[in-house]
Design a protein around this ligand. Structure first.
Ligand code: KIV
Ligand code: ZN
Length: 502
C-alpha cells in the first residue's frame, strides 16, 4: 500500500507522449527510453497501448520483459480484446498494471462511442472485472472527466472501484480545467469514490491546452491526489501533457507547500529530457523550466554578479540536483580513446561495446572539424549512436552543386548491395536535392512529414541536431543525426529514417 504522504509518479512519455504529432519511436528506441525512465526511478511506466498496433504490442512486451524497477503499465479500452492484449504484452513484467479507460462525457459518448450512459457504465465495470482476472493492480480512467456530468462520472468510478480498480485517474483530457474547478471536482471524487479505502488512490492526468497542466496537477495534491501522470518534456497529444520534470522539481523545491515525498532520482532529469528530445525529435525550448538550457543561465550583469557572490540570489534549485551542471568537460581533436572514455565516465554515461565504438568514431570525425567539443556535444554524439539501425544503404559521401541562379544537384555516394554507387537528384534547394538523391538510392517515394534543425551549441562551428520524420505507405519513421554541416546532417538523418523502414 502507498503511504499517504507519498506521491506516485506515473510516466506516460511512451504512450500519451508518443501520440504527439510527428513522433514515431521504434520499439528499440522505446526500450532505450524505458531504461532511462527506470534510472530516473519513476514509479509507474506506461509503456504503450498494446492493442493499438503491432509496434506498440512489441514495445510493451519488450519493456515488460527487459526493464526492471517501475511497475509497467499498458493502456486498454474497456473492451475484452484490448484487456487480453494488454495482459499478453505485460505478463513478463515483475509488476504490471492494466490501465482501463472509457469516456464519460456526453460529447464523447454520443459522437465518438455512440453508446448510452448505461452502456458506458456496464462496459466500464466489465472492463475492470476482466482486467481483475489478470491482476489486482488496475487503474480506471473516465476519459474527458472534466467535461462529464460529475454525478455520472463519479458513479462510474465508484462502480469501477467495486469491480476491483485500485487507482482512479481523473483525466482533464482536453485541458479544460482551471486549478480551482479541478480541485472542487477532485474533492468530490476523493470523498465519494476513494472515501476511507486506503487501498484506493486518486490520480490526475492533465493536458496542456490552456497551459495549465502542471498547475492543475500540482493543485490536485491539496485535494488528496497521490498519483500524477505526465510525460518528460511535457510531450503528448496536441499541446501535450503535464511535464514530469516540472512537477517533480516543484514538489521537491516547495516541500513546504506540498508536503509529499517522491521516489524519483532528480539528478537523472536532464539526461532523460535530452534522450527523449533526441529520440522524438522534439526540441526542448531554451527557457523551459528545469531542463531548458537557460534554466540555470544568468545573462544580466546584475544577476551574474549576484550569483557569483551567492547562487541563491537568483537560483531556487541547484543545477546539479537536476543533472544540469555547467559544462566543464572539453575534448578536442587530440583527445584519444582515454580522454573520451574519461569524459563519458564523468558524465555518468555507460555504453555497450558496439555503441562505444560507433560513438568514438563519430567523435573523431567531428573533432577533426571542430576545435572544441563540450559536454552537450559529447552527449549529442553518444545519443545519436544509441539504438543504431542496421543499414540497408550506407551513406558514404555527398556533394551538392549549385548557386543562387542554378538548380541545385545533389550526388550521394552510398554502399548498396555490397557495392559503392552514385545517385543524383535535383531540388528547389540543397536539402531538397539531397533528399531527392537519397529517395533514388533507397528506391522509395518516402514523403517528408517533418524536418527540424536545432543547434546543439552556438558559434560559427556549432554542431546541429537534425531530425526528420518520413512516411512510407501508412507508416512513419523518424531519423536523426548530429553534424557540423547541416546538409550532411540532413542527409544522414534522412538516410537513418529510410534505413528504419528496412
Ligand atoms: O487524456 C486522456 O484522457 C488519456 C486517458 C486515456 C487517460 O490519455
Ligand atoms: Zn491523455
Amino acid at each position: 500500500m502507498i503511504p499517504s504522504d507519498r506521491l506516485v509518479i506515473f510516466d506516460t512519455t511512451l504512450r500519451d507522449g508518443e501520440q504527439a504529432p510527428g513522433i514515431a519511436l521504434t520499439p528499440d528506441e522505446k526500450v532505450t527510453i524505458a531504461h532511462q525512465l527506470a534510472k530516473l526511478r519513476v514509479d509507474i511506466l506506461e509503456a504503450g497501448f498494446a492493442a493499438s498496433s503491432p509496434g506498440d504490442f512489441e514495445a510493451v512486451t519488450r519493456i515488460a520483459n527487459e526493464v526492471r524497477g517501475p511497475v509497467i503499465a499498458s493502456l486498454a479500452r474497456a473492451h475484452p480484446d484490448d484487456i487480453d492484449k494488454a495482459y499478453e504484452a505485460l505478463k513478463g513484467a515483475n509488476n504490471f498494471r492494466i490501465h482501463v479507460f472509457m469516456s464519460t462525457s456526453p460529447i464523447h459518448m454520443e459522437k465518438m462511442l455512440r453508446m448510452t450512459p448505461d452502456e458506458v457504465f456496464r462496459a466500464s465495470v466489465e472492463g475492470v472485472r476482466r482486467a481483475r482476472q489478470y491482476t489486482d493492480d488496475i487503474e480506471f480512467s473516465p476519459q474527458d472527466a472534466t467535461r462529464s456530468d460529475p454525478d455520472f462520472m463519479i458513479s462510474v468510478c465508484r462502480a469501477a472501484v467495486e469491480a476491483g480498480a485500485t487507482t482512479i485517474n481523473i483525466p482533464d483530457t482536453v485541458g479544460f480545467a482551471t486549478p480551482a474547478d479541478f480541485v472542487e471536482l477532485l474533492q468530490r471524487v476523493f470523498k465519494e469514490v476513494k472515501g476511507d479505502r486506503d487501498d484506493v488512490i486518486m490520480s490526475v492526468h492533465c493536458h496542456n491546452d490552456l497551459g495549465l497542466a502542471v498547475a492543475n496537477s500540482l493543485s490536485s495534491i491539496s485535494a488528496g491526489a497521490r498519483q500524477i501522470e505526465g510525460a518528460i518534456n511535457g510531450i503528448g497529444e496536441r499541446a501535450g501533457n503535464t511535464s514530469i520534470e516540472e512537477v517533480v522539481m516543484a514538489v521537491k523545491t516547495r516541500q513546504d507547500a506540498f508536503g509529499v515525498d517522491l521516489g524519483v532520482d532528480t539528478t537523472q532529469l536532464y539526461e532523460t529530457s535530452r534522450l527523449v528530445s533526441r529520440l522524438t525529435g522534439y526540441p526542448v525550448q531554451y527557457n523551459k523550466a528545469v531542463v531548458g538550457r537557460n534554466a540555470f543561465a544568468h545573462e544580466s550583469g546584475i544577476h551574474q554578479h549576484g550569483v557569483l557572490r551567492d547562487k541563491e540570489t537568483y537560483e531556487i534549485m541547484d543545477a546539479a540536483a537536476v543533472g544540469q551542471q555547467a559544462a566543464q568537460i572539453v575534448l578536442g581533436k587530440h583527445s584519444g580513446r582515454a580522454g573520451f572514455t574519461d569524459a563519458l565516465e564523468k558524465m555518468g554515461i555507460v555504453l555497450e561495446d558496439e555503441a562505444y565504438a560507433r560513438a568514438f568514431e563519430r567523435f573523431k570525425q567531428l573533432a577533426d572539424r571542430k576545435v572544441q567539443i563540450g559536454e552537450d556535444e559529447i552527449r549529442a554524439i553518444v545519443e545519436d549512436q544509441i539504438g543504431e539501425t542496421r543499414e540497408k544503404v550506407r551513406l558514404v559521401g555527398i556533394h551538392v552543386a549549385g548557386g543562387s541562379d542554378l538548380t541545385p544537384i545533389a550526388t550521394v555516394r552510398v554502399v548498396k548491395d555490397g557495392t559503392e554507387q552514385l545517385f543524383s537528384g535535383q531540388g528547389d534547394g540543397m536539402i531538397h536535392a539531397t533528399f531527392a538523391a537519397l529517395r533514388l538510392a533507397f528506391g522509395t517515394e518516402a514523403k517528408l512529414l517533418d524536418y527540424r534543425v536545432v543547434p546543439v551549441t552556438s558559434g560559427a562551428d556549432a554542431m546541429a541536431e537534425v531530425n526528420v520524420v518520413v512516411q512510407i505507405d501508412d507508416r512513419t519513421y523518424a531519423g536523426h543525426s548530429v553534424n557540423t554541416d547541416v546538409v550532411e546532417g540532413s542527409a544522414e538523418a534522412f538516410a537513418n529514417a529510410l534505413n528504419k523502414a528496412g
